[in-house]
Structures are given as structure tokens and as C-alpha cells.
Ligand binder design. Structure first.
Ligand code: NDP
Ligand code: MG
Length: 383
């Protein structure tokens, strides 16, 4: 019986996790469910899954939930401190890391320090502090199992420690594939939120439109699989049927193939090292076209920027991630244009002159704050 904690239970990956769990009621019990402020939805999930505790990191929302909620035997926690302390006193558990953005870092480190396996969708954590998370995981014996679909695909192809020549991350190209920079001058938030193949939370959907999502995934792959950057390639595959590929040293290439549905990567991570059954329609191969093209680096700068930032290493990825989170939030809030997102991110990365290797969390938190402050002043200048 797996004991499970879900961080980000009310989001897109959190809800997909619930969908998977409904199909395997006898294989797990829920220890805790965590969100930021979606008290109503968290209460519904608690009534369905009967966790030991639920927690909201937003204290006001947590206090309100505690006042209003009378779920027998379920403790209601408010604020990150109470949540982290409940995690630390939990019995051995698997933790689904599905919070959005940099907010996932501290709870991920707490899970890792407990020696719990972390099933990680939250790529920003590996981008901003992958060196730290890996070092602490190897000290505690915690496994980091990818949930991001590309990394799940690589994980499924690669197995444990096989020598490979190259990893090829596939990328749908997002809603603006084939457009020029000129075409993108006046695109709206609604246009950018219309992803052709995946339904996801707003931040990652905008990242998919700028291709920063793939840039973050390059760094994530470097961290998760120890792949040097010259062994990491990206290919545009608009149908999102091949989720990524690994080329081995003997010339064989393995690909993981399936519908674009996050249930599979979530379940692969949950069931690892076993496989459970899952109700999924068969792929129909007749007349199916799978196509591949080179990314358009002229129009989408994010991929090459992320590669440079990844190569620089140290605190630089945390700074880029912070600037991107601020710029995406400003775009979603109609404060800057779509092309303005990458202008802010590129400018913040250019201004950062104090890059050093990551030794502790404090440094990462400081670099993140610096990136956010610098991005915010550029957002104000653009308005
Ligand atoms: P959503 O925005 O849909 O959900 C985010 C979840 O995290 C919500 O439960 C939210 O709670 C919670 N959350 C946000 N901020 C905090 C905080 N400060 N403290 C505690 N909880 C918080 O995001 P997604 O599910 O789309 O993405 C989650 C992560 O998974 C991201 O890192 C993303 O890049 C990654 N990912 C997502 C994929 C997808 O298909 N969606 C695919 C691959 C990776 P509340 O509802 O209360 O705000
Ligand atoms: Mg992905």
C-alpha cells in the first residue's frame, strides 16, 4: 500500500493524479493534499480521498478552510510551516510534486530530505536548483521520478544507467508554430492559451507558446539524466505522439509513444518500478502521419537562451526561471506583450553578473529574488 502526499492537488497535474488514483483505489492511501488557496476544491478532494490532513500554503485561506470544514478525522493545516512539519512526521511516503513554479522548491527539498521518493512534474524546481535537489536526494536515498511527459518518456526508454549517445526531446511547437516574429507582435493572452494538443495550467501553457517550456525541459533533462548539453537535442513534432527519444551508443533509438494524456506519465511514476493497467484508447496507426521539423530559433529565442543558461550553470538557471515566471505573470495580467516576455527574460539574464556554483538554498532564494525584482522593474518600464 503506497502512502501518498500530493503537492498541488487542485491543479491540472493534481487533478490528473486524482483521475489515475480513482482507477486504483486499493493500491494507496492518501496522507496529505496540498494547494495554495483553492479551499473549496481541496475540501471536495478530501471528502473523496480521506487524507490524514489537507493544507493550504495561503494562511488566510487555510484558516478559513479550518473554520468552515468539518471533515471527520481530517486535520486542516494553514501555511507552509505547518505543512512542512506534517510532511516531516508522515510515515514513508511518495510525494507528487505538482505545485507550479518556484514555490515547489522548498516542499520538494523537504520531501527529499525525508528520503521520500518525489514524483516530480514541477520542472521549475529542477531548473532553479537541480544541483541542490540531486545532492540532497543522493544523501537521503530519495528517488526523483520524472512526471513531465518528455522526461517520463526518456525515463521509460533509458531504464537505469544505460549509456546513451543522445536524448531527443520532442516539442509540439505550441500554438504559434510556423508564425514569424512580425505575426507575434499583437497576439493576445487568449491566443497564447490555446495549446493545440495539451490542456494544462496557464503558466506552462504560455511557456509552451514561447518555447520556454522546452528550454526549461532541456535544463530539467540535464539535471535528471546527467546529460551534457551537446547530447540534448530538440525536434518539433506537432502531433505530440512521440513523447521523446533516446539514441543509444550502438545506434538503436527508442521512443515512447502514446496519446498526449498526462495520466500515463503520472501513473508510470506512481507505479514505478512496477506497471499498473490503465484504461486508455488504443492508438490507431492507419493513415497516421508523424512529422518532424527543426525549431525556428529566429522567431523563438527561448530555446537557445535556455541552452546558454544551462551551460553557464550555477545560479543562472534560477535567475532565468524567476524572470520568466514574472514575465509570464505580467503577460497573463495584460501588462506586457507576448514578445515582451522574452525581452524581459533575456535582459534579466544579461544583467546577472554574479554567477557562482550553487552550494545552499539561501543562495538560490537570493538569486530568485534578484531575478524577480529585476524583471519587475523591466515590466514597469514596458507598460
Ligand atoms: P496549475 O496552475 O494547474 O496548478 C498548480 C497547483 O499548484 C495548484 O494546485 C495550486 O493551488 C498549487 N500551487 C501554486 N502555487 C502554490 C504555492 N505557492 N503553494 C502551494 N501550492 C501552490 O499547474 P499545472 O498542474 O499545469 O503544473 C504544475 C507543475 O507541473 C508545473 O511546474 C508545470 O510546469 C508542471 N507540468 C505540468 C504539466 C501539465 O500537463 N499541466 C505537464 C508537465 C509538467 P491553487 O489551486 O490553490 O492555486
Ligand atoms: Mg513536458
Amino acid at each position: 500500500m503506497i502512502n501518498l502526499i500530493v503537492l498541488g492537488a487542485t491543479g491540472s497535474v493534481g487533478e490528473t493524479t486524482a483521475q489515475v488514483l480513482r482507477q486504483h483505489r486499493d493500491l494507496y492511501q492518501i496522507e496529505g493534499l496540498v494547494a495554495r488557496s483553492s479551499g473549496k476544491r481541496l475540501r471536495e478532494l478530501a471528502a473523496e480521498f480521506h487524507p490524514q490532513w489537507v493544507g493550504l500554503t495561503d494562511e488566510a485561506a487555510g484558516n478559513e478552510l479550518a473554520r468552515e470544514t468539518h471533515l471527520e478525522g481530517i486535520q486542516v493545516l494553514s501555511g507552509l510551516t505547518e505543512i512542512l512539519s506534517a510532511m516531516r512526521s508522515a510515515p514513508p511516503s511518495k510525494v507528487i510534486g505538482a505545485m507550479s513554479g518556484f514555490s515547489g522548491l522548498v516542499p520538494t527539498l523537504a520531501a527529499v530530505d525525508c528520503g521520500f521518493d518525489i514524483l516530480l512534474a514541477n520542472k521549475e524546481t529542477m531548473v532553479a536548483a537541480g544541483d541542490l535537489v540531486r545532492a540532497r536526494a543522493s544523501q537521503s536515498g530519495s528517488h526523483i521520478i520524472p512526471v513531465d511527459s518528455e522526461h517520463s518518456a526518456i525515463f521509460q526508454c533509458l531504464g537505469l544507467d544505460q549509456p546513451f549517445k543522445r536524448i531527443i526531446l520532442t516539442c509540439s511547437g505550441g500554438p504559434f508554430r510556423g508564425r514569424t516574429r512580425r505575426d507575434l507582435e499583437h497576439v493576445t493572452v487568449e491566443d497564447a492559451l490555446r495549446h493545440p494538443n495539451w490542456v494544462m495550467g496557464p503558466k506552462i501553457t504560455i511557456d509552451s507558446a514561447t518555447l520556454m517550456n522546452k528550454g526549461l525541459e532541456l535544463i530539467e533533462a540535464h539535471q535528471l539524466f546527467g546529460a551534457e548539453y551537446h547530447k540534448l537535442d530538440v525536434v518539433i513534432h506537432p502531433q505530440s505522439i512521440i513523447h521523446s527519444m533516446v539514441e543509444f551508443i550502438d545506434g538503436a533509438t527508442m521512443a515512447q509513444i502514446g496519446w498526449p494524456d498526462m495520466q500515463v506519465p503520472v501513473q508510470v511514476a506512481l507505479s514505478w518500478p512496477e506497471r499498473w493497467s490503465l484504461t486508455m484508447p488504443n492508438l490507431d496507426w492507419k493513415d497516421r502521419q508523424l512529422t518532424f521539423e527543426e525549431p525556428d530559433h529566429q522567431t523563438f529565442h527561448a530555446l537557445s537562451l535556455a541552452r546558454q543558461v544551462g551551460l553557464a550553470g550555477g545560479l543562472m538557471p534560477a535567475v532565468m526561471n524567476a524572470a520568466n515566471e514574472m514575465a509570464v505573470a505580467a503577460f497573463l495580467d495584460h501588462q506586457i506583450s507576448f514578445l515582451g516576455i522574452m525581452e524581459v527574460v533575456e535582459s534579466v539574464v544579461e544583467q546577472f553578473s554574479e554567477n557562482v556554483a550553487v552550494k545552499d538554498l539561501e543562495q538560490v532564494l537570493e538569486a530568485d529574488s534578484w531575478g524577480r525584482r529585476t524583471a519587475q522593474s523591466l515590466v514597469w518600464a514596458q507598460r
